[in-house]
Design a binder for this molecule. Sequence first.
Ligand code: NAD
Ligand code: 3PG
Length: 568
Amino acid sequence: MLSSFFGSGSSEKCSGRASTHTGKCDATQKKNSPSTPSPNSSNLRLVRGFSPPASSSIPSSTNLILSENKNVQHSSASSSSSLPVSSRLSSKQQHQHHPQAHTSKSFNMSSAQEIDGAAHRVSLSASPTSNFSTSPFAARYQNAGQSSKHLKPFNTEDVRILLLENVNQTAVDILKKQGYQVEFHKASLPEEELIEKIRDVHAIGIRSKTRLSANVLKEAKNLIVIGCFCIGTNQVDLDYAAKHGITVFNSPYANSRSVAELVIGEIIMLARQLGDRSNEMHKGTWNKVSARCWEIRGKTLGIVGYGHIGSQLSVLAEAMGMNVIYYDVVPIMALGTAKQLPTLKDVLNQADFVTLHVPELPETKNMIGKEQLDQMKKGAYLINASRGTVVDISALIAASREGRIAGAALDVYPSEPAANGDYFNSTLNIWGDDLRTLKNLILTPHIGGSTEEAQSAIGIEVGEALVRYINEGNTVGAVNMPEVSLRSLTSEEDNHARVIFIHSNRPGVLRQVNEILGDHNVDKQMSDSRGDVAYLMADISDCSPKDIKVLYESLESLSARVLTRILY
Ligand SMILES: NC(=O)c1ccc[n+]([C@@H]2O[C@H](COP(=O)([O-])OP(=O)(O)OC[C@H]3O[C@@H](n4cnc5c(N)ncnc54)[C@H](O)[C@@H]3O)[C@@H](O)[C@H]2O)c1
Ligand SMILES: O=C(O)[C@H](O)COP(=O)(O)O
């Protein structure tokens, strides 16, 4: 059974969360917080109080100690929780709860096996009625032939998760099953409200609208992990997050097929001017025409960005008789008979349809402007389902009005509303009203990845990644941290501790860490770095509560420390 607590060393006490900047208790947060201890429970740290187990034996649970190099207020080793923990537990949890856990900041951990055993599975559906269920992670995290340490929740209500932007129910279920406190919102939040809420949470789940800039993240004193329930991660300051020990996960390809299918539909719609015909019929106008309406067979599709989506699309387009050419900044093996061309200009010169599938990067901002639109064949079509900043929309409006392009489909925009409603106008984007007047223009509200299949699969994939990270420290699939994993502890490894140390990647740190760990029996260890940040995990056997405290404090004293967590 795993339980957890966060730790740090000073003797200041606070009944609510600690304020990173001031080192003072945040009374407002305390008042608003559903799991805030009562006033007489002044020793309980909601996040970072270090309270080692009271007795000499580690409970048959795994606890987590966490502290971060953010001037966070510390509590003393003696500041064990005076909150009657039982009052915050369900009767089942109370039954499972070890008395020693009263002394600790509890933060549940559940085994990867438990997660993988969840009813949810990534559902890759070939049709709305035929699903097959598989979790790509199911095998990876299990110990061959051994039962994983059985990690029963207690005090998991202390783990707070904020889910924004209508993250799929599959994720909500996975996270709630862990006992975490989950706050769910359908839309994204204005920055001020986001800052207020992010201060309290250990994990946040977002989609493409919520910007987690350094300005927002600097307020996120308790945050250890971000789940982007989408492909794009451009909305998060990944570098800032990594340097502050906040790991970011996404779902790299669960919605690729949905986007590729949308684009196939749009190619046909544009070629046949279906958007206009349909609009006319809605207004009562019968307009049967064949002029400038085409089959797509034999036409050339130019794909810009031949990654997960671009390459899926390539296969589908060829199956419909199109010729495929593509441009990518890296050499990528062509699928089918597609051809990679050396420059963007080559693709623009030759394609009848140009479709964009690049990430939002400084280099892709306004990648398609007047110059590039001029390089396209007269009468060609443009599709953008990547990011709104990739196309200069004013230039597109001009090209369309001058008849240089025959049509366009846009799914993404430089500014997008935070919620559904009548927001797509000139207030949002200055060209909003002009855009809506264009002929043969398909406008969709960023729905490329919005299918039941994609959203459900993303919810499971990212939800499970969050649980594995919170409970076991596993970073496989992280986009801003080195990928490090150790096999789960087994039920025979009751008194093992798992050390997680995120640190600045500079010479000599590993030697210092290993000097500290060297006094113990290190069963297994893995370390990797990514840019300026390194991530180390080590499982230590026969670890007494005193050992854990010493280990923790020694690691905390290293100047390279970004974040220390000890799970036991
Ligand atoms: N509309 C939607 O709902 C929706 C859904 C999913 C993804 N997206 C967007 O689509 C983008 C692409 O998704 P993906 O899964 O195919 O990503 P990917 O990372 O698998 O592929 C992107 C490709 O673009 C290439 N690339 C990068 N910079 C380039 C440049 N300057 N010129 C040419 N090629 C360049 C990369 O080398 C890579 O091959 C995502 O980053 C996301 O922003 C939108
Ligand atoms: O990055 C993505 O996966 C897409 O842009 C979809 O974003 P969404 O989840 O906000 O629809």
